[in-house]
Structure formats: structure tokens, C-alpha cells
Design a protein around this ligand. Structure first.
Ligand code: NAP
Length: 336
């Protein structure tokens, strides 16, 4: 069996993760038992949610055990198989870990994929993976935008946000995006079709509130929230009557104590509602989302950006891009 490099969680991060929280080790891959197969991981998805899995906290998924490799969605090729339905050479995707090789079993979450169905196999981690499905079902199922409405997207230039903005435009909405820095803001309007881009860097809540108000004089009907903190509070200040807020993520609070939305009073004033969403709830409908977004992508209505860093040894630096904002699209780590 081949040697396996594994990126382990050795210590639970206290605030922002530091390199000492992790260790890259090399060990033998285990012998396969009946029903198991070995995957050579080619690409791993680096997601903000992985930061939450590193905490010893009650969540929708158990914490990553200390000493275990960091859990991640990967795509790869079956190297050896003792499982029916999984053949050597077959491409698969599933929830595995940051390691060269993962052992999986039939009946689990690992699914075969067909690279011939997509322009790039990495698209299974972006548009046709959890990120694309979060955007699709989070926007359409939870936020229910209608043509002519105004949609505000935070984390607007990121993997989820960039797709949400384009889907809202396809729906016929006016779309406002909040992102960090002039480069990302230019991308919002020039590449993703946002009507207005707001750069949040260096601004306090009052400044953000007035920029949103200027862009949406009648208020925002939908907020697709990826960030939290003062950005969420500034959006709440501008929510329109019967507005809907899809709470997708709170990345500004993943390395800090919770900040909390302090502007909930606006929900009462505007009879608005806020609803948390989790992409895992939509697994059985992924085919529907993929088919529709695939058509839009083929028609040139939907673009997707991927930021691919190379090498398992660079896992920490690549992961931390998500919190520094230095990823330009879906953050992916090339392993093989
Ligand atoms: P991403 O947006 O591609 O990358 C993270 C981005 O967040 C960074 O590029 C940065 O963009 C921004 N950011 C980081 N720290 C920030 C801070 N302190 N304040 C403001 N912005 C900050 O990542 P993603 O995978 O698309 O995830 C986006 C959000 O969706 C996350 O909150 C994630 O947890 C959530 N999510 C939820 C689900 C679900 O099922 N609920 C599924 C997938 C993702 P700037 O340069 O613009 O600051």
C-alpha cells in the first residue's frame, strides 16, 4: 500500500488557527477491509465551515477528533477497491479529509462522478458542489426572490456569494454586493453582473448603512448573509417590509466570540423574517440545482471562479486565505 501524507488537527484553535494547531505526517495506508475502497485524492475543497468543525462544539456535524486528519470534501480516483460498485480508476467525490489517500466504504456519502459532464473536474467542488447548491437552494428556497426586488449579498465576491449574485440577476432582481477591497468590488459589477458594489473595508456600521440606503432607497427585500457582525446589522437597518434574510454564514465571527445581530428590532418594524439554511438539507435535490445551473452556465449566464493552490503541504496557508480574503473564487487545494 502507498504512503499517505495526512494533515492532522493536533490542537483546537483558540481564535484564528495557527500552524501549530496542525501537523503533516506520513504513514502507511491501512489494508482495506471487505466493502472498503481507497481513494487517491486529487482536489480538496477548503471551506469556512471547516473552522467550526475544529471546535469542540455542538453543531450539525461532530467535531474533528484531535489527531485525525482535517475533514474536507474531496474528489479523487479509486486506487484499490474491495467494494461492489466502486472500480479502480473511477472518479468519486465525498466528505473525506486533507490527505493523499482516503479509505471509504460503499453505502456512505462517497458518490461516483463523471468528469465528462463538466468543463473541469474541480467544478464538482464549486458550481456543482456544496457551494453552488448552497447558493441555489439558499437563494431560491429560503429567500424566494422575485423579479424587480432588491437583493443584498454579503461576502459577495466569494464562492457562494458570486453565484448568489448571478442567480439573483438571472431572476430579474437589482443586486447589491458587499465585498472587501476595490479589486473584488470591480469584479462584482464587471464579471458577476452586480448592479452596485460596496467595499466594506475601513468602514463602520453607519457608513455601510448609508451606502446600502443610497443603493436601495426603498430598502432591500432579500439579504443573503454570509458574514455577520456589523455587516449584517447594516443590512438589517435597510430591510424592506416583509423582507427575507437567508442566514448562510457568519464568517466574520468564526475566529472570535459571537458578535450577535444587534439590530433585530428592524425585523419587527418591517415584519421581516430571518432563516438559517444548511446545504445538507438539499442533498436529494442536488440534481435539480445542478441541471438548472448547468444550463445557465452553458448559455453563458453563469460564470464560476476557482482559486486553486497546489500541495497538501500548503493546506494551512491555503485555508487561511478564506479569513484574509485573499482567495479569488472557490478555494480548492490540489493534492495530486
Ligand atoms: P468565500 O466567500 O469564497 O471565502 C470567504 C470570504 O469571506 C473571504 O474571501 C472574504 O472576502 C470574506 N471574509 C473573511 N473574513 C471576513 C470578515 N472578518 N469580514 C468580512 N468578510 C470576511 O467562502 P464560501 O465558501 O463562499 O463561504 C461563504 C460563507 O458561506 C461562509 O460564511 C460559509 O460558512 C457559508 N456557507 C454556508 C453553507 C451552509 O450550508 N449554510 C454552505 C457553504 C458556505 P472579502 O475579501 O470580501 O472580505
Amino acid at each position: 500500500m502507498p504512503q499517505n501524507r495526512r494533515f492532522l488537527l493536533q490542537r483546537r484553535p483558540d481564535g484564528e488557527p495557527v500552524p501549530e494547531d496542525f501537523e503533516l505526517i506520513t504513514e502507511d495506508t491501512p489494508e482495506l477491509a471487505d466493502g472498503q475502497f481507497l481513494i487517491r485524492n486529487h482536489y480538496a475543497s477548503l471551506d469556512p465551515a471547516m473552522r467550526g468543525w475544529m471546535d469542540d462544539a455542538d453543531s450539525y456535524m461532530p467535531p474533528i477528533p484531535l489527531g485525525a486528519p482535517v475533514r474536507a470534501s474531496t474528489i479523487g480516483v479509486v486506487e484499490e477497491s474491495r467494494a461492489d460498485g466502486f472500480e479502480k480508476g473511477q472518479w468519486v467525490m465525498g466528505l473525506h479529509a486533507l490527505e493523499d489517500y482516503s479509505v471509504s466504504q460503499a453505502g456512505g456519502f462517497t458518490q461516483p462522478i463523471d468528469p465528462g459532464m463538466v468543463p473541469e473536474v474541480t467544478n464538482f467542488l464549486s458550481l456543482f458542489g456544496a457551494v453552488g447548491m448552497t447558493a441555489y437552494f439558499g437563494l431560491f428556497d429560503v429567500c424566494e426572490p422575485k423579479a424587480g426586488e432588491t437583493v443584498l449579498v454579503t461576502g459577495a465576491a466569494g464562492a457562494v456569494g458570486s453565484i448568489v449574485g448571478q442567480l439573483a440577476k438571472i431572476t430579474g432582481c437589482k443586486v447589491i454586493g458587499i465585498a472587501g477591497g476595490p479589486e473584488k468590488c470591480a469584479k462584482l459589477t464587471e464579471r458577476y453582473g452586480y448592479d452596485v458594489a460596496i467595499d466594506y473595508r475601513g468602514k463602520d456600521q453607519a457608513a455601510l448603512e448609508s451606502e446600502i440606503a443610497a443603493a436601495a432607497p426603498n430598502g432591500v427585500d432579500v439579504i443573503f448573509e454570509n458574514v455577520g457582525g456589523i455587516i449584517l446589522d447594516a443590512g438589517l437597518e435597510n430591510i424592506a417590509m416583509k423582507g427575507r434574510i437567508g442566514l448562510c454564514g457568519l464568517i466574520s465571527e468564526y475566529n472570535t466570540d459571537p458578535v450577535g445581530a444587534r439590530n433585530l428590532w428592524r425585523l419587527i418594524v418591517k415584519r421581516a423574517k430571518i432563516e438559517g439554511l444548511l446545504v445538507a438539507d438539499y442533498v436529494e435535490r442536488f440534481g435539480e440545482g445542478a441541471a438548472t445551473m448547468g444550463e445557465w452556465a452553458s448559455a453563458g449566464k453563469l460564470v464560476v471562479d476557482e482559486h486553486i493552490d497546489d500541495g497538501l503541504e500548503n493546506a494551512y496557508e491555503a485555508f487561511m486565505r478564506l479569513f484574509a480574503g485573499s482567495n479569488q473564487g472557490k478555494m480548492i487545494l490540489k493534492i495530486a
